[in-house]
Design a protein around this ligand. Sequence first.
Ligand SMILES: [Zn+2]
Length: 332
Amino acid sequence: MSRTWDEFAIRQPIVIKMLTNSLKKDRVAHAYLFEGEKGTGKLECAKLLAKTLYCKDLADDYNPCHSCINCRRIDSGNHPDVHVIEPDGQSIKKQQIQHLQEEFSKTGVESKRKFYMINHSDKMTANASNSLLKFLEEPNSQTTAILMTEQQNQMLDTIISRCQTLSFKALPKAAFAKQLIEMGIKPILAQLIAQLTNSLEQAKILAEEEWFAEARKVVLQLCEVLNSKSQQSFFFIQEKWTSQFGDREQVEIGLELLLVYYRDLLSVLIGDEQTVVFSDQIDQLKQRALQLSQMRVMEDMTAILEAKKRLSANVQSQLLMEQLVLKLQEGS
Ligand SMILES: [Zn+2]
């Protein structure tokens, strides 16, 4: 979950730039179409926008507080002026759109501002679309509609033309991994390689090298040794690690892979399991995460990044690894 616009901007820089600019200029559109693949954060973004518009304690940088009554009611789906429509079975029906219009025309609601989100809006029946169209044609200055779809080509042009379209892009790394898998690279390697490089050329080289598949194994073994709290880690570095990761470039890849493992641990801890890269290790990651705090994992990631820095400052790599494993093991 992204709780601030800045956090969200890491995933969707262009969309967030456009939305935050409109907020700053107080020119939020009457209707948006959020289009993009599943998992790109459309509904999450729509809710963040809703909170921003209703929050009672909005920060100067337009971030909602997430704790006032309005923020909490939006989270729980209980804000009287904020509605989400989802397909009822296979489709979104005319009655659902009519019900929304009735809700909005009721007196005694909280504010003049109305906000509604229609998820999978391509699933609207023709009648529902026509009802909505009339609604969109009477622009009330205080109403914001967010239509969301994974299949923009299934929507009526007349609706699309009344919305400002914002395209949500799949994470570049995820898209790249998908491309590598389509080229025949094993999924567990493709996901990992996509974390290391954006170059197709280099990706192909890594995928073909036996060295890389072995490197992945050695990193996982090291994690196991670290997890077991045994005294074997120095021995492991001397015996296994240094023979696998000989030159500086290889050590760097080793540290990069180790970092991915720790980031996966963090993803598990924050409940973001779909972003785990070592996806075939999910059970071990969950087991390990039980023993760790977020803070601890972030400290470990900092230590790995620090080691990478020292590597480029020409610190001898075995020494560097020994100091790193000592840090990763202490207190855990
Ligand atoms: Zn709030």
